[in-house]
Design a protein around this ligand. Structure first.
Ligand code: FE2
Length: 425
């Protein structure tokens, strides 16, 4: 007797009338039309069942702090960093934990069950690190939280930057972060990349750096990141986050750069909602979009994910943990409107970030964890179009969140009584 049988599901790859058999928290079998006795069954009604959403780039320590102590008037990255600096001395572990747990509740409701969060290691007493390590433990039954040691104020720019980052790693933070474009000079940025990649290689850790998050067409840290990745043998374990300068770079230089990134098997994270609002702030018109070259990087075979980055914090006053909203913005900013590209946008918030995080047992196949989301949409592009309702969210085969279907009642003569905006079957 199975624990759960999901019937009549459509999978993201287009297979229809699929059944998913669940036993002991794992997927036992995925097959068309499979029928078997089960303690619990779900008729997916031909709608989409997807592996859970994954956010490859987030800041859980600052999430939901919007307005504390004031809002970002200029809307720039640098005022956001300054504002976060004003708030930091007043942060308490309890307050960070409370905000982070609240955000994780939102995430679960949205079917977002894995998050890679950067955690600011700049404060000597590491309140953000202590708080998020506690949160990681508390949410573990329902959400995979991976933490990145992030020297927000610069690894070399501040006297204790490297020391604090190492202490965070010793406390149990998973991934090595960095912010080379915020160091004092291009040379010091490159030096920070060398130090951090060597540190990660020595400790067997992955790397995920904020890299070239500017509109400067001459910012070259991703080139250094690709080089150092190869030099210390971290191919496939290093991610460059943001890479917004690539938007502004000379095309000839990019034609050299992307193959170097592919050689190093760099992962890439674009953060469409944040890039489109923070970048181009010094432009009059035309205003640059600032998002990195997602279609071209995908075409070169790189793993590219879309991240949420910020929700209601010093850099961004909006957001709700909805990775379909992130994919929706990425699709528009990247002009990824072909059928293939829309599917890639869905993958950029599911399978691609799962690969970057190195998630174990992710996917809809026999042997994987029984984690999935039932969406009120028929296929991935429709899920993005509607930012589809997460009808049910399952973790290890157990339903952990439900949302009623989005259906409006119409009161019009000679028209249907209700409407849900689903496209033709
Ligand atoms: Fe970030």
């Amino acid at each position: 007797m199975l624990d759960l049988l999901v019937r009549n599901a459509t999978l993201p790859d287009g297979r229809a009338q699929m059944s998913i058999a669940v036993q002991d928290g794992r997927i036992a079998e995925v097959a068309q039309g499979l029928e078997a006795p089960a303690h619990d069954t779900l008729d997916a009604q031909g709608l989409l069942v997807s592996p859970p959403f994954v956010d490859a780039h987030f800041h859980l320590d600052s999430a939901l702090s919007y307005g504390q102590p004031r809002v970002n008037e200029s809307g720039t990255l640098l005022e956001g960093i300054a504002l976060w600096g004003e708030l930091k001395p007043h942060l308490t572990v309890d307050a960070i934990v409370e905000r982070a747990l609240r955000y994780c509740d939102w995430a679960v409701a949205r079917g977002l069950l894995a998050i890679r969060s950067h955690v600011d290691t700049s404060h000597a007493s590491l309140p953000t690190v202590h708080a998020l390590l506690e949160v990681k433990q508390r949410v573990a039954p329902y959400l995979d939280l991976q933490l990145v040691a992030f020297p927000q104020d610069g690894l070399l720019r501040t006297p204790d930057g490297l020391c604090n980052l190492k202490r965070a790693l010793d406390l149990g933070v998973d991934v090595v972060g960095g912010i080379p474009h915020f160091e004092r000079t291009m040379a010091m940025g490159a030096e920070s990349i060398r130090i951090l990649c060597e540190l990660a290689a020595a400790q067997g850790k992955r790397v995920d750096m904020h890299c070239d998050e500017s509109d400067d067409p001459l910012s070259r840290h991703v080139e250094t990141l690709a080089y150092e990745t190869q030099r210390v043998g971290l191919q496939g374990r290093v991610t460059g986050s943001h890479l917004t300068s690539m938007h502004s770079m000379d095309n000839y230089y990019v034609s050299k750069l992307i193959p170097l990134m592919a050689e190093a098997q760099l992962g890439v994270v674009a953060n469409p909602l944040i890039n489109i609002t923070l970048q181009g702030r010094h432009d009059s018109y035309p205003k640059r979009r600032g998002m990195t070259r997602v279609p071209e990087l995908l075409a070169a075979g790189l793993t590219v994910a879309f991240g949420q980055d910020c929700v209601m914090d010093p850099w961004y006053g909006l957001g709700s943990g909805d990775m379909l909203e992130v994919a929706h913005m990425g699709l528009h900013v990247g002009q990824m409107t072909s059928q293939t590209a829309m599917r890639q946008c869905f993958e950029a918030v599911t399978t691609q970030p799962a690969r970057l995080l190195g998630l174990d047992g992710y996917g809809l196949a026999a042997g994987c964890h029984a984690d999935f989301v039932w969406l009120q949409a028929r296929h991935p592009a429709e899920a993005i179009r509607l930012r589809a309702t997460r009808l049910a969210v399952f973790r290890r085969g157990r339903r952990i969140a439900s949302t009623p279907a989005a259906t409006a009642r119409l009161e019009l003569a000679h028209r249907p009584g209700s409407v849900d905006c689903l496209g033709p079957a």
